[in-house]
Ligand binder design. Structure first.
Ligand SMILES: [Zn+2]
Length: 503
């Protein structure tokens, strides 16, 4: 058996208004991608004689990220030139950070599937500029798009504390969630806003020295991070079993082959010839600045989970849903605060007070099941949805009203599902839909009795069967009555009246 040691290097684009060292907009989205080289200037195209200026917003965002990840924030920092020659970098160097990163010595606690907690140490997080995007056409030409060039990019490096594919995947997922909560990055892996590299080595259990390190690049999803690690563990174990040596190299994931393949041998750090960027001043970060950013830091997933348990009494699974699904988490809180407002209204106060706990639970249930499935069906090809999208489909006010109607027994849960679908499709408010379609619950004795009588006349056989002891005829008759009333008959009363009549 071999012990696996993994370290991660993760890049993520910072969500700022402008690029890192020039005033071009930071908007690397689809529209811009379709128009190559439209969001550029002499600075981000690396023209000779241009001078960079530091984007303060990007510095604030990396400090916030470092604080959220329990890092020490450097009070003294600087930028360095990392020299390498490649067409995606016309200056011949990248402005990055070498020995004085903004953040160092942090950690992130991850929770594994078996509920164990594991602390993964973070070596550093530094700031750099993104490179241009290269694309290679089938006729052998290479095209360069500078829209991405100069976007603020953070690089996070972990200590080799990770030992399994699951841990690596979990770290990336938890990190992504934190970045989204902080609003510092959209961190969408498919869009290349977050990019992972894995350093992996295997050694014999008990060996003091680590094995030969292999780097895996080109990992475009969490699933691929996991798969590529599992693949490497198998590949390297097989080689070691045969007594062969592992070659130190960079490998890339090939999805069509479901394998990692060798790319090139590794350059060592000194070939980058780092030296301090002469065009940028060193940066001093005051304690006041750090405190100011701390105060502005939004609530993090862990804190939110504790609060959701305390304030709303939801169970672990429900909380996990609202933590991971950021838009629905916000939507839930907006709906609850809408309902809380209504509590101040004296005409509704008593009903709401009495049923408050059930009402909150009802909101959670309907969001997690019915509303979510409507969203999933609607958004099939769009990937992620936003809070704005949810609010546009059904306002929290209308959603809260529907929950009140269920909670007060005015409509059954069956009707509620129909109304919700209608609300989603038409944006109409629930009372309107119920009135227009005659869906309000029938609770009065005479009306229900009338429907029951009609059903009994049409279903003489079932009545006989019931009298002869066939119990499931009762359920059949209930079904017929509900259908006849289009689901509006109060179920408890219907059962009572039917039973009395048959007996
Ligand atoms: Zn520019």
């Amino acid at each position: 058996m071999y012990k696996t040691t993994i370290g991660l290097e993760i890049h993520f684009e910072s969500k700022t208004r402008s690029k890192m060292f020039c005033s071009c907009a930071n908007e690397e989205n689809i529209a811009i991608e379709e128009r190559p080289n439209t969001n550029v200037c002499p600075i981000c195209m690396g023209h000779p004689g241009t001078l960079p200026t530091i984007n303060e917003e990007a510095i604030d965002k990396i400090i916030m990220t470092g604080l959220a990840l329990n890092c020490e924030i450097s009070t003294h920092s600087k930028f360095d030139r990392k020299s390498y020659f490649y067409p995606d970098l016309p200056k011949g160097y990248q402005i990055s950070q070498y020995d004085l990163p903004f953040c160092k010595n942090g950690y992130l606690n991850i929770i594994l599937n078996n509920n164990d907690q594991k602390k993964i140490r973070i070596t550093r997080i530094h700031m750099e500029e993104d490179t241009a995007r290269l694309s290679h056409s089938s006729d052998g030409a290479s095209l360069v798009d500078f829209n991405r060039s100069g976007l603020p990019l953070m690089e996070l490096v972990t200590e080799p504390d990770i030992n399994t594919a699951e841990e690596a995947k979990k770290f990336c997922q938890d990190l992504q969630l934190i970045l989204k909560y902080l609003g510092v990055s959209n961190a969408d892996m498919e869009k290349g806003q977050m990019r992972c590299e894995v350093n992996i080595s295997l050694n014999k259990e008990g060996d003091s020295e680590l094995g030969t390190k292999v780097e895996i690049k080109n990992l475009s999803s969490f699933k691929i991070v996991e798969k590529s690690i599992e693949y490497e563990i198998k590949r390297q174990s097989a080689l070691l079993d045969k007594g062969e040596k592992i070659i130190q190299e960079t490998r890339g994931w090939h999805d069509d082959k479901q394998a990692t393949l060798s790319q090139r041998s590794k350059e060592s750090a000194h070939e980058y010839r780092y030296f301090p960027e002469p065009d940028l001043p060193p940066i001093n970060i005051t304690q006041e600045k750090i405190e100011e950013i701390k105060a502005k830091t939004p609530e993090l997933p862990e804190t939110k989970a504790t609060r959701f348990a305390k304030e709303y009494g939801l169970n672990k699974k429900e909380i996990e849903f609202f933590i991971k699904d950021f838009p629905f988490g916000k939507y839930f809180e907006k709906t609850i605060s809408e309902l809380a407002c209504w509590k101040k209204d004296t005409t509704r106060k008593d009903v709401l007070d009495e049923n408050w706990k059930d009402l909150v639970q009802l909101c959670a249930n309907y969001m997690i099941t019915d509303f979510q499935s409507l969203v999933k069906n609607d958004e099939k090809d769009m990937g992620e949805y936003s809070l704005e999208y949810l609010e546009n489909k059904i306002t929290p006010e209308n959603f809260g009203e529907l929950m009140c109607l269920i909670s007060s027994g005015e409509i059954s849960s069956k009707i509620a599902k129909t109304v919700l679908i209608e609300m989603f499709a038409t944006k109409a408010d629930p009372s309107q839909i119920i009135e227009n379609q005659g869906l309000s619950q029938i609770g009065d004795y005479d009306t229900i009795e009338k429907i029951i009588d009609e059903v009994l006349i049409k279903n003489q056989k079932a009545v006989e069967d019931y009298k002869n002891g066939k119990q499931n005829s009762f359920a059949f008759l209930i079904g017929q009555i509900m259908a006849a009333s289009r689901g509006t008959a109060n179920p408890q009363k219907t059962a009572q009246i039917l039973k009395a009549k048959l007996d």
